[in-house]
Design a binder for this molecule. Structure first.
Ligand SMILES: [Mg+2]
Length: 201
Protein backbone atom coordinates (compact mmCIF):
# COMPACT_ATOMS: atom_id res chain seq x y z
CA UNK A 1 0.00 0.00 0.00
CA UNK A 2 1.25 3.53 -0.77
CA UNK A 3 0.45 6.00 1.99
CA UNK A 4 0.73 9.69 1.10
CA UNK A 5 1.22 12.27 3.83
CA UNK A 6 0.81 16.01 3.92
CA UNK A 7 3.64 17.86 5.67
CA UNK A 8 2.68 21.14 7.41
CA UNK A 9 0.24 20.71 10.30
CA UNK A 10 -0.06 16.99 9.57
CA UNK A 11 3.43 15.62 10.27
CA UNK A 12 4.83 18.87 11.68
CA UNK A 13 3.21 20.73 14.55
CA UNK A 14 3.99 24.44 14.71
CA UNK A 15 1.97 25.24 17.84
CA UNK A 16 4.86 25.58 20.30
CA UNK A 17 7.15 27.29 17.83
CA UNK A 18 4.70 30.05 16.82
CA UNK A 19 3.92 30.64 20.49
CA UNK A 20 7.63 30.81 21.37
CA UNK A 21 8.48 33.18 18.51
CA UNK A 22 5.47 35.42 19.28
CA UNK A 23 6.59 35.67 22.91
CA UNK A 24 10.16 36.48 21.82
CA UNK A 25 8.86 39.20 19.53
CA UNK A 26 6.69 40.49 22.36
CA UNK A 27 3.44 40.42 20.38
CA UNK A 28 1.52 38.07 22.71
CA UNK A 29 1.32 37.53 26.46
CA UNK A 30 1.65 34.20 28.26
CA UNK A 31 -2.14 34.01 28.56
CA UNK A 32 -2.45 33.15 24.84
CA UNK A 33 -2.70 29.34 24.49
CA UNK A 34 0.24 27.38 23.01
CA UNK A 35 -1.52 27.08 19.69
CA UNK A 36 -0.79 28.39 16.20
CA UNK A 37 -4.38 29.46 15.49
CA UNK A 38 -4.65 31.23 18.85
CA UNK A 39 -1.49 33.20 18.04
CA UNK A 40 -2.81 34.06 14.56
CA UNK A 41 -6.22 35.10 15.89
CA UNK A 42 -4.63 37.31 18.50
CA UNK A 43 -2.41 39.07 15.95
CA UNK A 44 -5.42 39.58 13.69
CA UNK A 45 -7.45 40.97 16.57
CA UNK A 46 -4.82 43.64 17.23
CA UNK A 47 -4.47 44.48 13.50
CA UNK A 48 -1.09 42.84 13.10
CA UNK A 49 -1.91 40.67 10.08
CA UNK A 50 1.39 41.68 8.43
CA UNK A 51 3.27 40.62 11.54
CA UNK A 52 1.58 37.23 11.28
CA UNK A 53 2.51 36.89 7.59
CA UNK A 54 6.11 37.79 8.32
CA UNK A 55 6.23 35.43 11.30
CA UNK A 56 5.20 32.55 9.05
CA UNK A 57 8.22 33.14 6.81
CA UNK A 58 10.44 33.26 9.88
CA UNK A 59 9.02 30.06 11.39
CA UNK A 60 8.85 28.03 8.14
CA UNK A 61 12.28 29.32 7.09
CA UNK A 62 14.89 30.37 9.62
CA UNK A 63 13.36 28.60 12.64
CA UNK A 64 12.02 25.49 10.86
CA UNK A 65 14.45 23.18 12.54
CA UNK A 66 12.90 23.93 15.94
CA UNK A 67 9.47 22.61 14.91
CA UNK A 68 8.41 19.23 16.27
CA UNK A 69 6.65 16.25 14.77
CA UNK A 70 3.18 15.48 16.15
CA UNK A 71 3.21 12.80 18.85
CA UNK A 72 3.14 9.38 17.24
CA UNK A 73 3.86 10.54 13.66
CA UNK A 74 7.40 9.17 13.45
CA UNK A 75 6.34 5.92 15.14
CA UNK A 76 3.49 5.55 12.61
CA UNK A 77 5.86 6.04 9.67
CA UNK A 78 8.36 3.57 11.08
CA UNK A 79 5.66 0.97 11.83
CA UNK A 80 4.11 1.31 8.36
CA UNK A 81 7.50 0.75 6.76
CA UNK A 82 8.13 -2.28 8.95
CA UNK A 83 4.84 -3.71 7.73
CA UNK A 84 6.05 -3.33 4.13
CA UNK A 85 4.06 -0.24 3.13
CA UNK A 86 5.56 2.58 1.10
CA UNK A 87 5.19 6.20 2.16
CA UNK A 88 5.65 9.54 0.49
CA UNK A 89 5.24 13.16 1.56
CA UNK A 90 3.27 15.35 -0.83
CA UNK A 91 2.99 18.98 0.23
CA UNK A 92 2.29 22.35 -1.27
CA UNK A 93 4.20 25.36 -0.13
CA UNK A 94 5.41 28.60 -1.68
CA UNK A 95 9.15 28.54 -2.25
CA UNK A 96 9.71 31.93 -0.59
CA UNK A 97 7.75 33.87 2.07
CA UNK A 98 5.27 36.58 1.06
CA UNK A 99 6.91 39.06 3.44
CA UNK A 100 10.26 39.44 5.16
CA UNK A 101 13.63 37.79 4.48
CA UNK A 102 13.54 35.42 1.52
CA UNK A 103 14.29 32.03 3.08
CA UNK A 104 13.98 29.03 0.78
CA UNK A 105 11.04 27.29 2.46
CA UNK A 106 11.36 24.09 0.43
CA UNK A 107 14.99 23.74 1.44
CA UNK A 108 14.08 24.35 5.10
CA UNK A 109 11.36 21.67 4.95
CA UNK A 110 13.69 19.13 3.34
CA UNK A 111 16.33 19.90 5.98
CA UNK A 112 13.71 19.22 8.65
CA UNK A 113 12.79 15.87 7.06
CA UNK A 114 16.44 14.82 6.98
CA UNK A 115 17.00 15.82 10.57
CA UNK A 116 13.73 14.84 12.28
CA UNK A 117 12.21 11.96 10.33
CA UNK A 118 14.73 9.37 11.41
CA UNK A 119 14.50 6.18 13.40
CA UNK A 120 17.56 4.55 14.96
CA UNK A 121 19.77 6.98 13.03
CA UNK A 122 18.23 5.93 9.71
CA UNK A 123 16.39 8.37 7.46
CA UNK A 124 12.74 7.36 6.97
CA UNK A 125 12.47 9.27 3.66
CA UNK A 126 14.90 9.68 0.80
CA UNK A 127 14.89 12.34 -1.92
CA UNK A 128 12.52 10.38 -4.15
CA UNK A 129 9.91 10.10 -1.37
CA UNK A 130 8.94 13.75 -0.94
CA UNK A 131 7.38 16.34 -3.21
CA UNK A 132 6.91 20.03 -2.50
CA UNK A 133 4.50 21.44 -5.07
CA UNK A 134 3.72 25.12 -5.56
CA UNK A 135 -0.07 24.91 -5.88
CA UNK A 136 -2.91 22.90 -4.40
CA UNK A 137 -3.89 21.50 -7.80
CA UNK A 138 -0.31 20.35 -8.44
CA UNK A 139 -0.37 18.67 -5.07
CA UNK A 140 -3.60 16.81 -5.81
CA UNK A 141 -2.30 15.83 -9.26
CA UNK A 142 0.79 14.42 -7.59
CA UNK A 143 -1.33 12.36 -5.18
CA UNK A 144 -3.07 10.93 -8.27
CA UNK A 145 0.06 10.34 -10.37
CA UNK A 146 1.85 8.63 -7.48
CA UNK A 147 -1.14 6.31 -7.08
CA UNK A 148 -1.57 6.80 -3.34
CA UNK A 149 -3.93 4.25 -1.76
CA UNK A 150 -4.40 6.48 1.30
CA UNK A 151 -3.73 10.17 1.72
CA UNK A 152 -3.68 12.03 5.05
CA UNK A 153 -4.05 15.84 5.25
CA UNK A 154 -5.23 18.44 7.76
CA UNK A 155 -7.12 20.46 5.11
CA UNK A 156 -10.58 19.31 3.94
CA UNK A 157 -10.21 21.47 0.81
CA UNK A 158 -7.39 19.22 -0.44
CA UNK A 159 -9.36 16.03 0.17
CA UNK A 160 -12.46 17.56 -1.43
CA UNK A 161 -10.60 18.93 -4.47
CA UNK A 162 -12.43 17.82 -7.66
CA UNK A 163 -9.13 16.46 -9.03
CA UNK A 164 -8.63 14.20 -6.01
CA UNK A 165 -8.36 10.57 -7.19
CA UNK A 166 -11.57 8.62 -6.52
CA UNK A 167 -9.76 5.38 -5.61
CA UNK A 168 -7.67 6.94 -2.85
CA UNK A 169 -8.91 6.73 0.75
CA UNK A 170 -9.15 10.26 2.14
CA UNK A 171 -8.17 10.81 5.75
CA UNK A 172 -8.51 14.15 7.54
CA UNK A 173 -6.05 14.73 10.38
CA UNK A 174 -7.93 16.82 12.90
CA UNK A 175 -6.07 16.88 16.24
CA UNK A 176 -8.06 19.82 17.58
CA UNK A 177 -11.39 18.26 16.64
CA UNK A 178 -12.73 21.04 14.46
CA UNK A 179 -14.74 18.53 12.40
CA UNK A 180 -17.26 15.79 13.07
CA UNK A 181 -16.07 12.18 12.87
CA UNK A 182 -17.01 11.98 9.22
CA UNK A 183 -17.64 14.75 6.72
CA UNK A 184 -19.09 15.07 3.28
CA UNK A 185 -17.69 12.83 0.57
CA UNK A 186 -16.92 10.04 3.04
CA UNK A 187 -13.76 11.52 4.39
CA UNK A 188 -12.49 9.68 7.39
CA UNK A 189 -11.59 11.94 10.30
CA UNK A 190 -8.86 11.01 12.79
CA UNK A 191 -7.59 12.94 15.80
CA UNK A 192 -4.16 11.47 16.47
CA UNK A 193 -1.36 9.49 14.86
CA UNK A 194 -2.01 6.72 17.39
CA UNK A 195 -5.55 6.47 16.01
CA UNK A 196 -4.27 6.42 12.43
CA UNK A 197 -1.88 3.61 13.32
CA UNK A 198 -4.60 1.63 15.05
CA UNK A 199 -7.22 2.06 12.34
CA UNK A 200 -5.22 2.07 9.13
CA UNK A 201 -2.33 -0.33 9.64
MG1 LIG B 1 -1.16 20.77 5.95
Amino acid sequence: MLIGLDFDNTIVSYDSLFHKVALEQDVISHTIPVNKIAVRNHLRSINKEDKWTEMQGHVYGKRMNEAQAYAGAIEFIDRAKQLGHSLCIISHKTQYPFLGPQYDLHKAAIGWIDQHLVMNDKALFSKVDYFFELTKDDKVNRIASMGCDIYIDDLPEILLNPLFPADCTRVLFDPERHHATSIEGEIRVVNSWKQIEKELL
